[in-house]
Each structure stands twice: as C-alpha cells, then as structure tokens.
Design a protein. Structure first.
Length: 249
C-alpha cells in the first residue's frame, strides 16, 4: 500500500507518479517557424483548453486519431460580453455548413475569426454541446474569469451534422484520422475548447491537437468575396482601428 499518511510521503508518491507520466505534445504544422508558435497543446478525451489569442494569430485544430470533437467558443478578449453568435454565423453567410472562407461572427456583426483551411468537412453549427462538453467549457471559462452565464452556444469541429430532406438532423460522424481546421483570428479573443462527445454522436473522443502561431501578415489577405462577408470585415476593421486610436489618445 502506498504511504501518503504524512506530507513527505505524499510528496514522494506524487513525484514518483509524475516521473512515470508520458506527456505527448501536439503534431506541429509543417512549414511553420517554431519561433512563431504561441500555444501548443494536446487535449485528451474529456479535456479542455483556454487561451487568449491576439489579432493576427492562426489557429490549427487537428484530429490525429479520427474521433476528436472540438466544441469551440470565442469571446472578445477585452470585452467578453461580445462573443460568438452561432445564429449569425449561419445566417449572414447564407450557409449552415462550416468550411474554408466561413466567418465566425460575434453578436455585434464583427468577424472574430475566419475558417481559412479545412481538410475534414465534418462539422456542426446546429446542435450545440453535450452536457459534458458544456461542463468542460465552464471549467475552461472559470480560468479566464468567466461565469457560467458567459458560456453561450458553440460550434463543433470533426463531428458532422447534416439536415435531411424532412428537416431532421443526421449525424455524419468523423472524416477519419488526420483532419484539420485552421482559423485566422481577426480580433483578440479568449478561446475555449472542449474535447467531448457530440449530442448526436456518443462515440468516445480521442486526442485533439491545438496549435497557434503568429501570422499578422495574413490579415491583409482577402479571405472572402461575398458582400455579407466584406461588410462584416469592414465593421471589424472600423471597430479595431477606432479602439486603437482611442488607446493612443
């Protein structure tokens, strides 16, 4: 029997466990200078992550083993009352299915991030989270000073949902190992991610990789041509530059 009856024994036991723990890191994207990477974490099944990311950060979510489910919530870092609005994210681009070029919009009509690459195609904007995923998101939020009321609707990556001909929601599962989604962050955001089963797909999750790196030069690229997208980008840039001038005044 392990002796943890006193502080010294408990410390020795804890350190022996830590020494034997195998901690694996995420798969890093090819062609990215390691000096530019600002965050890298492998999120295990049932785990979560929370991080504040700057404008001009590129984020890669990947599913190395083929059964991750990334429930994602974005909140404006300096004013978290502005957060991802899933209804507008679907309505404004006239598209419920996430893919490259799709904006993740706030409730103020601004672009928090844009999907810039997608090799999975199995995502969901319609079902929200499972109870377990919401619990994980609340735990992630607490570490950023957020309250349960701040945890609003999310989008999910790597577990697909489609609407069938009679309006029902149908799970399409995973695209298999190796799928990835990349986002370009267009306003400073607090990112909350939970890796937990989808409401329509109880398949146990596997590891989820989250890597972020600095890519401010990509903000100058035009990521979409639809008038609704361009108007949202204009709203975003006007607000960002107004706040920047105010901070300098």
């Amino acid at each position: 029997m392990t002796n943890t009856a006193d502080t010294s024994s408990a410390r020795a036991h804890a350190r022996s466990q830590a020494a034997g723990a195998a901690i694996s890191g995420p798969e890093l994207p090819e062609g990215v200078d390691s000096a530019k990477i600002t965050f890298a974490q492998r999120i295990p099944a049932g785990g979560y992550a929370n991080i504040v990311l700057a404008r001009g950060t590129r984020v890669r979510l990947s599913d190395p083993r083929g059964a991750a489910c990334a429930h994602l919530l974005l909140l404006r870092a300096e004013s978290p009352w502005e957060r991802l609005n899933v209804a507008d994210t679907v309505k404004v681009p006239w598209q419920a299915y996430l893919g490259a070029g799709h904006p993740l919009l706030s409730d103020q009509g601004r672009v928090l991030a844009t999907v810039v690459a997608d090799s999975s195609g199995h995502h969901d904007t319609l079902c929200g989270t499972s109870a377990h995923a919401r619990d994980r998101l609340r735990m992630a939020g607490v570490k950023q000073g957020l309250e349960p009321r701040d945890i609003g609707p999310t989008v999910s990556f790597f577990r697909g949902v489609r609407v069938d001909s009679d309006g029902g929601l149908v799970s399409t599962g995973s695209a298999g190992p190796g799928g990835a989604v990349e986002l370009l962050i267009q306003l400073p955001v607090t990112v909350l991610v939970a890796n937990a089963a989808h409401p329509l797909d109880p398949t146990p999750t596997t590891d989820l990789d989250l890597v972020a790196w600095s890519a401010p030069e990509e903000l100058a690229q035009q990521l979409g041509t639809d008038p609704e997208y361009l108007r949202a980008v204009q709203n975003t840039e006007l607000d960002w530059h107004a706040r920047t001038l105010e901070a300098l005044a």
